[in-house]
Unconditional design. Structure first.
Length: 144
């Protein structure tokens, strides 16, 4: 097989005139999401405020470090099922957090979302969105 000739190769692609797929309003900054990885961070967050929903439990705590970063952790115990079921539950919770936390979370807070047996894997994703929005509003209620 012979390689194509230089003349057979098309011209380079030009930039599209269409607007970008993702845009932010001027001056609008969303908090940066980081993942909780250390046990002491999970334990400190468990001592904060909490709100249960039909799909999961949300725990939240304001940090005193003055950072604008939102940190989130995910927990799925063996009550959820085998490793496949636990990983599926955590994947669904991560997708939910990526979608909603940038808009609803408060900068400088830690959150832990705990999966519930049966409910996290079987509940409709739109219902889970509503659950997270309600739970975050409840966790933030009365907080500055």
């Amino acid at each position: 097989m012979t390689p194509p000739k230089v003349s057979d190769i098309g011209t380079t692609a030009e930039a599209s005139e269409a607007p970008p797929a993702v845009s932010l309003c001027a001056g609008e900054t969303l908090p940066v999401l980081e993942t909780l990885k250390n046990r002491p961070d999970f334990l400190r967050t468990a001592q904060g405020r909490r709100q249960g929903t039909g799909s999961f439990l949300v725990q939240g705590r304001a940090r005193a470090d003055g950072s604008g970063v939102v940190r989130v952790g995910f927990t799925a115990s063996k009550k959820i099922g085998n490793a496949v079921a636990r990983n599926r539950a955590k994947r669904r919770l991560r997708a939910l957090a990526r979608e909603l936390l940038p808009a609803l979370a408060r900068a400088g807070w830690d959150y832990v979302i705990v999966a519930k047996p049966e409910a996290t894997n079987s509940r409709d994703f739109n219902d889970m969105r509503a659950d997270l929005a309600t739970a975050l509003a409840s966790v933030h209620r009365g907080q500055v």
